[in-house]
Design a protein around this ligand. Structure first.
Ligand SMILES: [Zn+2]
Length: 283
C-alpha cells in the first residue's frame, strides 16, 4: 500500500477529472493526504476526506498566501490571495472532522516567490509568525506539521531549533535540499517527503543538483522516508508533460528502492509504516 502524503486534488482545476483520478487511485489502493493551502482549499480537502474512506486532510495556510504574490510557473499561473492563519476558522473546521484531519499545513517559509515592493525581512517575519500559529495548532491537536520550505532552509532550521515543537514533529514536503540541511531536519525529528522530482534525469547544465538529492536518499535513515506527488504538480519523469495524479507515487517508491538497492515491495512496506507512524490517525 502507498500513501501519497501530499497532494491537492481538491483544487478547482481538478473538478472535471477528480472522479476519474479517485478511481485510478482506488484501483491501485493509494491513500491520499489532501493538503490545504488556505481556507477554501483546506475546507474542500476536509469535505472530500469526509466523503471518501481512503482520503484524509491537512489544513493550513501556505506561505505564498501570506502576502499577495504572482505565482507564474510551468504548471500554475495565479495571483495568490493574502490570508492569515485564522485560528478560529481552522478550529471550527477541525471540529467538523477530527478523525479525518491528520496534519497541519501546508505551512512554512518561501523566499522564492516574493511579493514585489515588500522587503524580504517583512515577508520572512510574517511567514514565521504565521508558521508559529500552525505549530501551536499542531501541538494542541497532537498532529504533525506538513512543512513547505523553498529557498529558506537556513531560517527554517533556525526557527525549528528555537520553538517548542509538536511531539510528532512532521514532514518537510517535497524535499530537494542537500544532505547537510537534511541532517538538521532529521536531528530535529522530522521526516522528509520525496516527490517525482527524484525521478528527473541529471541536468546537463547542473549535474550536481540531482546527484545531491540522490545522495540524501541513499543516506537517509530508512524510517524517516515518505513519498508524495504534490499533484497536480510535478509529474514523475515517466509521465512528464501529463497532469500529475497521486497514484504516480509508485514511481517515487521505485526510484527510492533503486537508489537504495532494495526490493521495491519491501521499500513500499517500509514507507507505508513510516507514514502511518507519523500520520498516526490514518486507519
Ligand atoms: Zn503542495
Amino acid at each position: 500500500m502507498i500513501i501519497d502524503t501530499h497532494c491537492h486534488i481538491q483544487f478547482k482545476g481538478q473538478d472535471t477529472d477528480r472522479e476519474k483520478i479517485i478511481t485510478r487511485c482506488r484501483e491501485r489502493g493509494v491513500i491520499l493526504n489532501l493538503v490545504g493551502t488556505q481556507k477554501d482549499t483546506s475546507e474542500r480537502a476536509v469535505m472530500l476526506a469526509k466523503e471518501h474512506p481512503d482520503m484524509y486532510a491537512s489544513i493550513g495556510t501556505h506561505p505564498n498566501h501570506v502576502f499577495p504574490t504572482h505565482i507564474d510557473e510551468e504548471e500554475s499561473h495565479f495571483l495568490s490571495r493574502e490570508e492569515d492563519f485564522d485560528t478560529e476558522f481552522y478550529e471550527e473546521l477541525y471540529n467538523r472532522a477530527p478523525d479525518k484531519i491528520i496534519g497541519v499545513g501546508e505551512c512554512g517559509l518561501d523566499l522564492f516567490h516574493l511579493p514585489p515592493d515588500i522587503p524580504v525581512e517583512t515577508v520572512l517575519n510574517k511567514q514565521k509568525e504565521i508558521f508559529r500559529k500552525h505549530v501551536a495548532f499542531a501541538i494542541k491537536h497532537t498532529i504533525p506539521l506538513v512543512i513547505h520550505v523553498r529557498d529558506a532552509h537556513e531560517p527554517m532550521i533556525e526557527l525549528l531549533k528555537t520553538i517548542s515543537l509538536p511531539e510528532q514533529r512532521g514532514t518537510i514536503h517535497c524535499y530537494t535540499g542537500n544532505w547537510e540541511f537534511a541532517q538538521e531536519y532529521l536531528k530535529l525529528g522530522f521526516y522528509l517527503g520525496f516527490t517525482g522530482v527524484i525521478t528527473f534525469p541529471v541536468k546537463k547544465t547542473n549535474p550536481a543538483q540531482q546527484e545531491s538529492l540522490w545522495e540524501v536518499i541513499r543516506n537517509m535513515p530508512e524510517d524517516r522516508i515518505l513519498v508524495e506527488t504534490d499533484a497536480p504538480y510535478l509529474a514523475p519523469q515517466k509521465y512528464r508533460g501529463e497532469q500529475c495524479e497521486p497514484w504516480m507515487t509508485e514511481e517515487c517508491v521505485a526510484k527510492i528502492a533503486e537508489l537504495r538497492g532494495k526490493n521495491p515491495e519491501e521499500m513500499e512496506q517500509i514507507i507505508f509504516e513510516n507514514t502511518k507512524r507519523l500520520f498516526h490517525k490514518i486507519q
